[in-house]
Design a protein around this ligand. Structure first.
Ligand code: UT7
Length: 333
């Protein structure tokens, strides 16, 4: 049984904030941000919420797949910045798009979230429990950022991306002889290093106990540690997934990586000894949107005709947790 992506969609806030705009807020420059990250501008919410962006992306994905919301079995939203703790964002999306039959829940694996959602949905579909799933990465990180901290505020943006995946009973053999579908996956977590990229929630406060330490509810990051982790772990897990599938780097047409930093992507390409032209990037105009980066890039590539039937894609992400993962799929839509 093959599991295929049959529709993709994305939604971005309208407000564009350039590096020059950032330089008016904190002591930074367009030159520093471009050189260190590759980012030129990002989209920032002026009222868009994680659920409204997610719902918009889902509707686009369903329209491309030519499916009705009422047909959806499962909705998985990956997010670390929901506007509500209860109900979960996936239930808000279910209500907004009218997917009355669906089971809906959230998953938080930060920037690896979309990948973890894809793999989780894959496992459900493989068991035959569900026939299809809407998987989403959606973030409004601008509310988790300390806008006076130049080491983090220049990096992130807001947005959402979605994919509709379906189980097909018959194998689809593409013209190049490859069978369409998800071929392999690797996921990992390293909780012991979790505090190198963290964001606090409200502290314990009740009639019997009150936390005395003041918590800053903003993203705190040791950038260099995350950088080292990403440049080591991403190529390692891609290699592991390829080995499990009996494939090599040369068998891959596109590496769709989490868009955090152009230098990280260049380093991964180098370590894999793969041509950088196989690593599409869009972070220059949208920055790092955590769980939304992979599905938004996937949607951009799909809509611009950059992915052909039979192409083999490696999707790979890393982020807070620390978490990481890679999935290999042959495009069949
Ligand atoms: O989804 C995962 C999210 N996280 C990541 O992807 C983070 C991965 N790490 C990185 O991308 C890089 O570590 C950063 C882009 C965050 C930082 O680049 P870096 O080359 O590691 O710079 P650094 O932290 O070593 O800082 C170098 C200098 C410091 O000044 P001093 O101490 O040398 O005087 C910083 O204070 O750059 C300064 N700096 C800035 N200067 C201008 C830090 N942020 C800025 C800024 N503008 N925005």
């Amino acid at each position: 049984m093959a599991i295929k992506i049959t529709g993709t969609g994305s939604a971005l806030p309208e407000k564009i904030v350039t590096n020059f705009d950032m330089a008016e807020l904190v002591e930074t420059s367009d030159e520093w941000i471009r050189e260190r990250t590759g980012i030129a501008e990002r989209r920032i919410s002026t009222g868009d919420t994680v659920s409204s962006l997610a719902a918009k992306a889902c509707m686009e994905a369903l329209a491309m797949a030519k499916r009705d919301a009422a047909d959806v079995d499962l909705i998985l939203v990956a997010t670390c910045s929901p506007e509500l703790l209860l109900p979960c964002c996936a239930c808000q999306v279910q209500s907004a798009i009218g997917a009355h039959q669906a089971v809906a829940f959230d998953l938080n694996a930060a920037c690896s979230g979309f990948l973890f959602a894809l793999n989780t949905a894959y496992a459900y579909l493989q068991t035959g429990l569900y026939k299809n799933a809407l998987i989403v990465g959606s973030e409004v990180l601008s509310k988790l950022i300390d806008w006076t901290d130049r080491s983090t505020c220049v990096l992130f943006g807001d947005g959402a991306g979605a994919a509709f995946i379906e189980l097909s009973k018959t194998d689809e053999i593409c013209e190049n002889g490859r069978a369409a579908g998800l071929e392999e996956m690797v996921m990992g977590s390293d909780g012991a290093k979790g505090m190198v990229l963290a964001c606090a929630e409200r502290s314990v406060s009740n009639p019997y106990y009150k936390e005395t330490e003041q918590i800053k509810p903003y993203v705190c990051m040791d950038g260099q540690e995350v950088y080292k982790f990403a440049t080591r772990q991403v190529p390692a897990c891609i290699k592991e997934a390829l080995e499990k599938a009996n494939l090599t780097v040369d068998d891959v047409d596109l590496f769709v990586l989490h868009q955090a930093n152009v230098r990280i992507i260049e380093s991964v390409a180098k370590r894999l000894k793969a041509d950088l032209s196989k690593f599409p990037m869009n972070l220059d105009h949208i920055g790092n949107m955590s769980s939304a980066t992979i599905p938004v890039l996937l949607d951009e590539l799909n809509r611009n005709g950059k992915i052909k039937k039979g192409d083999r894609l490696v999707l790979s992400g890393f982020g807070a947790g620390l978490t990481y993962g890679a999935s290999i799929l042959v495009w069949g839509a």
